[in-house]
Design a protein around this ligand. Structure first.
Ligand code: K2U
Ligand code: NI
Length: 183
C-alpha cells in the first residue's frame, strides 16, 4: 500500500511538470497504481490506519505526487452527505461556471508539509470527464467541496500548486463575488 514515503514534496521537479495522457486502454500496472492511489486516500481517512501507517489524511491524490507524471487522480470525499469516490484516467474540465468559490479554511496539500494560509479561488461549478478503472467514460457535474478537490487534483496534472492561486498581497482577503465553502 502507498504511504507518505512515496509522496514527493514541494521542490521536486515532477510536481511542476505537465503530466502525460494515459494511453487507453491503461496497462495493468497503470490500473494497479490508480487503485493504490484511491486506497491511500480511503485509508488515510480511517484514523486507526492513518495512525498505524503514518498517513496524512487526504481527500484526493494525483499521480505526480507519487512521482508518476501521468494524468491519473483519485478522489474520496463526502460532501453534504454525498460520497464522491472516483479513480480517473485523463480527467479534464470540459466546462465551468464564471462564478467562483473558495474553501473557507484555505487549502493544504499532501506534497506541502507547511501550512500556507490564503484563500484559493476556484470555479464554483465544473463539468469534468474522464475514464474510470473499468474503462467507462465518466462525466461529472460538481459544485462545492467536491468541485474544489477535483480542481486541486487536476491542477497537479498541470504542474500547478494550490498556493500559486493565492493573492500574495492579500492572501486572506475574501475573494469577491465568490462562494465561501465550509467543510
Ligand atoms: O492533492 C493533495 O495534496 C490532497 C489535498 C487535496 C485537497 C486539499 C485542499 C482542498 C481540496 C483538496 C489535501 O491533502 S486533502 C486534505 C484535506 C482534507 C479535507 C479538506 C481539505 C483538505
Ligand atoms: Ni495537493
Amino acid at each position: 500500500m502507498l504511504s507518505m514515503k512515496e509522496i514527493i514534496r514541494d521542490g521536486h521537479p515532477t510536481l511542476r511538470k505537465a503530466a502525460a495522457e494515459v494511453n487507453m486502454p491503461p496497462s495493468e500496472e497503470e490500473k494497479q497504481l490508480l487503485r493504490d492511489m484511491l486506497e491511500y486516500v480511503m485509508n488515510s481517512q480511517v484514523p486507526e490506519l492513518a495512525a498505524k501507517f503514518g498517513l496524512r489524511p487526504g481527500i484526493g491524490l494525483a499521480a505526480p505526487q507519487i512521482n508518476v507524471s501521468k494524468r491519473m487522480i483519485a478522489v474520496h470525499v463526502t460532501d453534504n452527505g454525498e460520497l464522491f469516490s472516483y479513480a480517473l484516467f485523463n480527467p479534464k474540465i470540459i466546462s465551468h461556471s464564471v462564478q467562483r468559490s473558495y474553501l473557507s479554511t484555505g487549502e493544504g496539500c499532501l506534497s506541502v508539509d507547511e501550512s500556507i494560509p490564503g484563500f484559493v479561488p476556484r470555479y464554483a461549478k465544473i463539468t469534468i470527464k474522464g475514464t474510470d478503472l473499468e474503462g467507462n467514460d465518466v462525466k461529472l457535474r460538481l459544485k462545492g467541496l467536491s468541485a474544489i478537490v477535483f480542481q486541486h487534483e487536476i491542477d497537479h496534472l498541470n504542474g500547478i500548486m494550490f498556493y500559486d492561486h493565492i493573492d500574495k498581497q492579500n492572501p486572506l482577503q475574501p475573494i469577491d463575488n465568490a462562494i465561501a465553502i465550509e467543510r
